[in-house]
Structure formats: structure tokens, C-alpha cells
Write a protein that binds this ligand. Structure first.
Ligand code: ADP
Length: 199
């Protein structure tokens, strides 16, 4: 099974993708992790990626696609994968277009995104870089949502923090919501869940 988790930065997509991958024994593919790892290498291409990251720009489509292709080739899980961070634009689908069964869209307002990222303090979480990434998200990634919506694959999940909940409770609540949707998908497809997936 192939699942995509999509949402603005700070929507919790990495956290949810990891939880889901663990539960179902899927391969976990984070484009952000792949490009950050690549940026530490000692090559001219790696330096250009590092610069794009620092400026909140998108990394070159061809490089991103290549990193994903390599990661997929190393896939040791026969069950499938959970991807996050790709595609970030409709154009990127020209390079690789996974046949996602479902696309979970974690919805969070811009206001909440900015607040969360400033708390996170990752190197690229500077106010002006955050704003630039949000601009790119609205311009290029939102059309990706529409694309999957037309294919009937998009599932919207409210990923904003509910008042009175701790981060932990909020994460669990969203995970439960995704689980519910996954259960009906798994039942329909007759996928056999491994021991780790049984609750
Ligand atoms: P966030 O979504 O919180 O910005 P990510 O870890 O997903 O964080 O991505 C961090 C950065 O990595 C992005 O700002 C971008 O520069 C680069 N990146 C990640 N995925 C892609 C992609 N599919 N295409 C181009 N650049 C990407």
C-alpha cells in the first residue's frame, strides 16, 4: 500500500507518517530528511541543496526525485510505504508518480504553522524563511491536493491543536483519525496486518 501524508510545514506530517509506518510496518520516506542528509555531503550539488534549504526554496526536482528513487530501491518492506514531503508541486509528478492509495491532508492554519515552527527552532525555521515556505506551499503544493481530490484519494484531517489538549493528546487524536480511515481501506483491500499493527 502507498500512502501520502501532506500538509503545511509544522502540520505534524512527519510525526504522523512515522507513527503510521511503524503501525503497519511500512517503509517511511521523508523527503525533508533525504534532502537534509544529502546536504551534508561534500559535492557541488550538495552545496546547492544546502543553500536552497537555508533560503526556504524548493530543492531541484531532479535531485529530489533521484533521492526518492534510491530510497525506494532500498525498500525492505513488502507492505508498502508512507511518504511525506513529495510531491511538493504538480510538476514533480513528472519525475515520479507513486500510485498512492490514499492521501491524508493535515489541515492547519498559517497562523498556527508560524507559531509552531517558531517553537520548533530548526535551522530553517527563521520567520522570513517560514513565510517563504508557506508561500511556496500555497502556490505549488495546494494544486497537488486538488489533483488527488479529483482522483477521490484525498482525506482531510483537522490537524490543529484542539483547545485544552496537550501536544501528546493532540497527536494521538489525529493518529486515531488516520487509523480509522486506514482500517476501512485495509478491510477493503484485504491487506493482512502484521503483529505490530494489531491493537
Ligand atoms: P517542512 O515541510 O516543515 O518545510 P521538510 O522537512 O518537509 O519541512 O522540508 C524541508 C525543506 O526541504 C523544504 O523547505 C525544501 O527546501 C526541501 N524539500 C523537501 N521536500 C522537497 C521536495 N519534494 N521538493 C523540493 N524540495 C523539498
Amino acid at each position: 500500500m502507498e500512502i501520502l501524508i501532506v500538509g503545511p510545514q509544522g502540520s505534524g506530517k512527519t510525526t504522523q507518517a512515522k507513527l503510521l509506518a511503524k503501525k503497519f510496518n511500512f517503509q517511511f520516506i521523508s523527503t525533508g530528511d533525504l534532502v537534509r542528509e544529502f546536504a551534508t555531503q561534500d559535492s557541488q550539488e550538495a552545496q546547492s541543496v544546502k543553500q536552497a534549504l537555508e533560503q526556504g526554496e524548493l530543492v531541484n526536482d531532479r535531485i529530489v526525485a533521484e533521492l526518492i528513487r534510491k530510497k525506494l530501491a532500498r525498500n525492505d518492506s513488502q507492505r508498502g510505504f508512507v511518504m511525506e514531503g513529495f510531491p511538493r508541486s504538480v510538476d514533480q509528478l513528472k519525475y515520479i508518480s507513486p500510485n498512492f492509495d490514499k492521501v491524508f491532508y493535515l489541515e492547519v492554519s498559517d497562523e498556527e504553522v508560524v507559531k509552531r515552527l517558531l517553537d520548533r527552532k530548526r535551522a530553517d525555521d527563521q520567520p522570513e524563511v517560514i513565510r517563504q515556505r508557506l508561500r511556496l506551499y500555497h502556490t505549488f503544493t495546494e494544486p497537488v491536493l486538488k489533483f488527488y481530490e479529483k482522483l477521490g484519494k484525498l482525506i482531510r484531517i483537522n490537524a490543529s491543536q484542539l483547545s485544552g489538549m496537550t501536544d501528546e493528546q493532540s497527536i494521538q487524536e489525529i493518529a486515531n483519525e488516520i487509523d480509522k480511515q486506514m482500517e476501512s481501506l485495509v478491510n477493503n483491500k484485504g491487506v493482512n496486518l502484521g503483529a505490530s499493527a494489531k491493537r
